[in-house]
Design a binder for this molecule. Structure first.
Ligand code: DGL
Length: 270
């Protein structure tokens, strides 16, 4: 039955697990095949061409696993490679940027929205385009925060250095009187506590993972592809390097235990 096939989810590394967590919560009956490109992370400082080439290899790998849909759980890929992927992926393909932009528009009351993301995502201005495509009057202020990814990868989620880096990046955004801040990189929800503590209560943090999963659910329902299982735990995790480190990180944030993570050489999927 096509509806009981797994969903492919991919990211440049561990960050996409924040999206996996949301899928497991909203769609507990869906089996997930995850790929994290841990050998080539970060994508956020790479060119559109490189990110697109890497993403093509990964979608081909996932399609070989007979997935019924693919979630691009990486803002950088969603920002710069979505059009190229849509041309060649024959199953529903859902990125995180459009749903994140919509959630920001629905959240903001003041009309001033901040977006924090990788350099490549900010440079693409894709959040601005989607947000202003919905409402041209909204003001969007973007800020690249390149040090957040290595801090998360290092596990420094509540470290005093992380607090200083948060202040360094966000001080300037706060001058614009924003009331909504989009966590436009999959790693950033893991820094949610320290970011919220710095920006105080008046600013709502938007995690695109929630809205993305809602969109995934709607898309599967429209195509009659929702799984008939109530609850599954047999998800499969692949990475391009460091399977054991990935597994222990995944087990620190996901609700079910990941028994095994497999290494795969995705470069052969040309
Ligand atoms: N996963 C990437 C994103 O959401 C961040 C990490 C990276 O730079 O690869 O943009």
């Amino acid at each position: 039955m096509a509806s009981n096939l797994p969903i492919g989810v991919f990211d440049s590394g561990i960050g996409g697990l924040t999206v996996v967590k949301e899928i497991m919560s909203q769609l507990p009956g869906e089996r997930i095949i995850y790929f994290g490109d841990t050998a080539r992370v970060p994508y956020g400082s790479k060119s559109k061409e490189t990110v697109t080439a890497y993403s093509r290899q990964i979608t081909r790998f996932l399609l070989g696993k007979e997935v019924k849909a693919i979630v691009v759980a990486c803002n950088t890929v969603s920002a710069v490679a979505m059009d190229a992927l849509l041309e060649e992926v024959p199953v529903p393909l859902i990125g995180v940027v459009k749903p994140g932009a919509r959630a920001a528009v629905e959240t903001s009351r003041s009309g001033s929205i901040g977006v924090i993301a990788t350099e490549t995502t900010i440079r693409s201005h894709v959040y601005n385009s989607f947000i202003n495509g919905i409402d041209p009057k909204l003001q969007v202020y973007g800020k690249a925060c390149p040090l957040f990814v290595p801090l998360v990868e290092e596990g420094w989620l509540n470290h005093h250095v992380t607090e200083e880096v948060v202040e360094h990046y966000l001080k300037e955004l706060l001058e614009h009187d924003i009331d909504t801040l989009v966590l436009g990189c999959t790693h950033y929800p893991l820094l949610r506590d320290v970011i919220q503590a710095y920006v105080k209560e008046g600013i709502t943090l938007v995690n695109p993972a929630y809205e993305t999963t809602k969109k995934l659910k709607q898309c599967l329902a429209d195509k009659d592809l929702l799984s008939s299982y109530k609850q599954v735990t047999d998800h499969t995790f692949y990475v391009s390097d460091g399977a054991e480190k990935f597994r222990s990180f995944a087990n620190s944030i996901l609700p079910c235990e990941i028994i095994e993570t497999k290494d795969v050489n995705v470069k052969t999927f040309e």
